[in-house]
Design a protein around this ligand. Structure first.
Ligand code: AKG
Length: 283
């Protein structure tokens, strides 16, 4: 499999804000990632609830630095990092990764937001950030797959409003603006088989619904910041740290290696979504 996108695929990313790669991981890598994640008791101890506006909980585990477990090797692999660098036309470093754990029947929704809507407040001056979400379970409409608005990164950064109903800690774009956007732009449900990856721009508008199905919806999401966009102050997530790329073969060589007890995960409190005054209060 090619480690890079074609010129047409790069154009597609700049037009649509995202691009999916169905066979991002091969069958063996997909199985290793599945086994590592599902048996990762260290990660589960560090997975925290994020409430949606109906009080349903999604869990996520978050870390800044990719190590030598299978998540870190996928995050550092050539087929991941070279593609991200190609899409952003710049050198990148690992900004953070998350394991998104939407459990059957209880997994909550994510409101419409842009990720750069958060990272702007973390000292990133440019929206030159991209992520890749890799499916661990099959991602379907029923289990709350990612939804995106095609081309929405071209709207620029939109203000986010705190959503506090039912104890929610999320922020989202004004629903009236979303309605206007959806009347003009296409909504895409990103259904994906295990092992597929979706690469998306930091300003893409995205959300997902609660998981009302009896199937889990787990996904690994790796985020990359461009080196020229090193945050101008320390608020949250990694400052520029050289990224040690590894050959794709390192993923299989590590087998189903899950996190070890030394891995530095974020605590529940530090998962809170950013507020406009975070920059000021950190000084
Ligand atoms: O896991 C989801 O459904 C939402 C993911 C998300 O909001 C993100 O990747 O920024």
């Amino acid at each position: 499999m090619s480690e890079l996108f074609t010129a047409e695929e790069v154009d597609q990313f700049h037009r649509d804000s995202f691009i999916m790669v169905e066979d991002f991981l091969d069958a063996e890598e997909t199985q290793l990632l599945y086994e590592a994640a599902k048996g990762d008791y260290v990660m589960m101890q560090h997975a925290h609830d994020v409430k949606d506006i109906e009080g349903k909980n999604s869990k996520l585990a978050l870390w800044d630095h990719p190590g030598d477990d299978i998540y870190g090797l996928i995050a550092r692999s050539h087929k991941m990092v070279n593609r991200i660098e190609q899409l952003l036309s710049a050198d990148v470093y690992h900004y953070h990764s998350t394991m998104m754990l939407k459990e059957p029947r209880v997994g909550g929704a994510w409101e419409w937001h842009q990720d750069y809507g958060y990272w702007y407040y973390y000292g990133c001056l440019f929206p030159d950030i991209a992520a890749c979400m890799v499916a661990i379970d099959e991602q379907t409409k029923e289990n709350g797959c990612l939804q995106v608005i095609k081309g929405s990164h071209r709207l620029g950064r939109l203000d986010h409003i705190e959503q506090t109903s039912a104890g929610s800690t999320q922020t989202s774009v004004d629903p009236e603006r979303i309605e206007a956007i959806l009347a003009r732009m296409e909504l895409v449900y990103c259904e994906m088989p295990p092992g597929a990856g979706i690469f998306f721009h930091g300003n893409i508008l995205h959300r997902s619904e609660a998981n009302l199905s009896d199937k889990p919806r787990w996904a690994l999401r790796c985020v990359y910041n461009t080196v020229h966009n090193d945050p101008y102050r320390d608020i949250k997530h990694a400052r520029y740290t050289p990224l040690q790329k590894v050959p794709d073969s390192a993923i299989k060589a590590a087998a189903a290696k899950s996190s070890d007890s030394a891995k530095e995960y974020y605590s529940g409190e530090s998962l809170r979504t950013p507020r406009p005054d975070d920059a000021a209060s950190s000084s």
